[in-house]
Design a protein around this ligand. Structure first.
Ligand code: FAD
Length: 315
């Protein structure tokens, strides 16, 4: 039986949805499922059992993020388990650590994967040239593959199994580390990061000034949405770069993306055209965003957005 190893990330004691998506790839397939994670989390093993995981490696000693320590831990797990596939969610952390691991073990590496099937052979798809086309890659050899999956692409399907789970604790020690984490600062809000959000309300230059982003926060609240932005408003200093969606910002794929006062430049579309439903609010009926929109509202955002917010609050 083939072995699949999955790197698990948690939030508030629960497996993150992006990690659940990686686990879902193996639901219904016969694999020896092994997971690994960093940090103590007593409820994690119980949750992992329902995914059919047989063995879990945990590194409890790491207090701060350090790519070399993570690499050291993951390398120990990799060497012990010899997986055919090593999956993780595609994010800043994994894109920092996993290429090092791939180089160390001479494994094939693919990030930002949007579609994947693992049986009878590994077939993945990833966007190229800012989403203008995509490549489908079929792997025919048996060597190890490291695959990072873009969040919000795979349907979560928990098989609700009840396996015996073996938990193995590992320690890492990196001497003469070349990198050091000085501080970790938490983000401005408690809401989900853009890359993991199911619903995003994004604003552009049509909002006229920074203070008007309050309109978007008001709209985002009843939707439980994360607020994003176009690069134009980031460059104007209205919001931080961590909110930027697009070619030089974050790539998102929520179920609902509401673009408010955003023209739909190709560089913006590159980061959000994978959204399942796009609602565009723009006063210019010829704005390119309408070509990608599932629903379009031609109108003044200063009239439309408060009306929408009131309606949503009353539901
Ligand atoms: P605009 O293009 O100015 O559009 C504002 C829109 O608001 C217009 O369509 C207008 O009709 C509408 N509007 C105005 N008033 C109202 C109103 N009252 N009610 C309703 N609608 C109204 N951009 C990104 O977003 N992300 C990126 O990652 C990115 N990377 C880039 C990388 C490179 C190398 C380059 C060259 C550019 C990049 N850009 C990126 C910039 C991109 O080309 C656009 O300039 C930018 O997306 C425009 O932002 P915008 O839609 O907010 O502004």
């Amino acid at each position: 039986m083939k072995t699949a190893l999955i790197f698990i990330e948690t939030s508030q004691g629960k497996i993150k949805k992006s990690s659940q998506e990686a686990l879902s790839v193996f639901a219904g397939n016969e694999f020896n499922l092994i997971t690994c994670s960093v940090g103590e989390d007593s409820s994690l093993p119980i949750e992992l059992k329902s995914w059919g995981v047989k063995k879990h490696f945990v590194c409890e000693g790491l207090k701060t993020y350090n790519p070399e320590s993570y690499q050291n831990f993951l390398a120990q797990v990799f060497e012990t388990t010899q997986p055919q596939f090593f999956l993780a969610s595609s994010n800043n952390l994994s894109r920092d650590v996993f290429p090092r691991l791939a180089a160390q073990f001479n494994a094939a590496y693919m990030s930002d994967v949007t579609e994947i099937s693992v049986s009878p052979e590994l077939v993945v798809r990833r966007p190229l040239y800012s989403g203008k086309c995509s490549a489908q890659v079929t792997y025919t050899d048996e060597s190890a593959k490291i695959i990072l999956i873009r969040p919000n692409q795979i349907e979560v399907k928990c098989p609700n199994k009840s396996e015996n789970l073996d938990v193995v604790k590992l320690n890492v020690e990196v001497k003469n580390s070349r990198s050091q984490t000085l501080t970790i600062e938490s983000g401005e809000t408690e809401v989900l990061d853009l890359t993991e959000a199911e619903t995003i309300v994004s604003g552009g230059r049509g909002l006229k000034e920074a203070e008007n982003f309050k309109l978007l926060h008001d709209l985002a609240a009843p939707l439980g949405a994360t607020v994003g932005a176009s690069r134009a408003v980031v460059d104007l200093g209205w919001v931080g770069h961590n909110l930027q969606v697009g070619q030089t910002g974050k790539t998102v794929a929520p179920t609902l993306y509401v673009a408010v006062g955003i023209s739909g430049a190709i560089q913006h579309l590159a980061g959000m055209s994978g959204s399942k439903n796009i609602v565009a609010i723009n006063k210019d009926e010829k704005a390119p965003i309408f070509q990608k929109a599932t629903y379009g509202i031609v109108g003044d955002l200063f009239e439309v957005v408060p009306l929408l917010t009131e309606k949503l609050k009353s539901l």
